[in-house]
Design a protein around this ligand. Sequence first.
Ligand code: ARG
Length: 463
Amino acid sequence: MSSAATNMMWGGRFEEAVDAFVQAFTASVAFDQRMYAQDIAGSIAHATMLAKVGVLTDVERDLIITGLNQVKATIEAGNFNWSIAREDVHMNIESELTDAIGYIGKKLHTGRSRNDQVATDIRLYLRDAIDVITAEIRRLQKGLVGVAEREADSIMPGFTHLQTAQPITFGHHMLAWTEMLERDHERLLDCRKRTNSLPLGAAALAGTTYPIDREYTASLLGFERVCQNSLDAVSDRDFAIEFTSVASILMMHLSRFSEELILWTSAQFHFIHLPDRFCTGSSIMPQKKNPDVPELVRGKSGRVFGHLMALLTLMKGQPLAYNKDNQEDKEPLFDTIDTLLGSLRAFADMMPAVQVRKDITREAARRGFATATDLADYLVKQGTPFRDAHEMVGKAVAYGVASAKDLAEMTLEEIRQFAPNANSDVFDVLTLEGSVAARDHLGGTAPNQVRAQIRRWQKILQH
Ligand code: ARG
């Protein structure tokens, strides 16, 4: 059989065409076509470099670049005919270029391989995605700081073990999430540095015999550095694993956050109101309004954790250098990007619209003996050892449970049954406002401190 019936890109040594199922099974064009812009940018940089070092003439370079830009326009107009016979995004674009400009198009692949080409494309794609994701984190953080500002004085119960612990401010709670997102943001920027390194020039695995200038290609593509070992450059996907692990931590944060929103919207808590546009109803129970957005985000975290495991397993047994296994890196990576972006976007849209029912959150803190620690601290300041104070207050709480009275609702005489040294000023610390205001130090829940943090965040987030 003539090689015409085999793949035109690598069919030279083949005696029969590839089996139709195998062709479909091994093709990646269905999912790697989304890297078309990065593939074309990489090819333009490669051709520019080849002309600089004299491997292509300037005329050839210009013809190739014009042709590639035409291909790009065709793709973006939705008129590109993606072909499984051309296997992947790289060969689809290169073949189309040759169809368009003739045999000069066949010179583009000089001094490179799909192995360094695909590694370059993924790094460019991920670098762009990280920039979009970090911007979305910033948008969410701004929204949270806005809610914190609105609710800097709003009292709610703080929980440990999901039991009422001490009163906190709603603003303080929102800033806790802002802090977590900040670490996620930092981790992404750090991952971006290691992603932003140029593999091109490694060719198939060992480098190439042409006098290439990799530093020049790197500068054209905005890479901060060049991968220093050709075997490493074409084979490792640790940057994708690192990204997916950072994404997993971020999704873990969003999942915890989701869990709180789900609890808070329930009839039992009733702490917040989520506008209808972020919820859906039930087809059978007319009274239902479900917090679908946070529920879905909580569920989607599992899918991202799964992608991390898939990528680690994909790499763990591979000898150097490139293996076809690596084609399996794209779907988990792309789905991680999509899932993360979707989840962040949903949160960034939703959080500024959350309404806090401060009467209810305040009442929940009041009912839960949330100022018990404040009473103990008051007694300690009067000279009672902390352990004894703890015991006295414990008894007062037991009395409160039995008589359905909060500490602030007891008379001084009632409190003195358990804490004989208490004076009338004890009621200052038993109020919820007094309790939060007293935690007035760096990192504390006092509205004062929350406002100081908000000013710090506004500065950080302004650029
Ligand atoms: N589609 C391939 C991938 O995603 C491109 C590289 C293929 N290289 C090769 N020698 N088969 O990894």
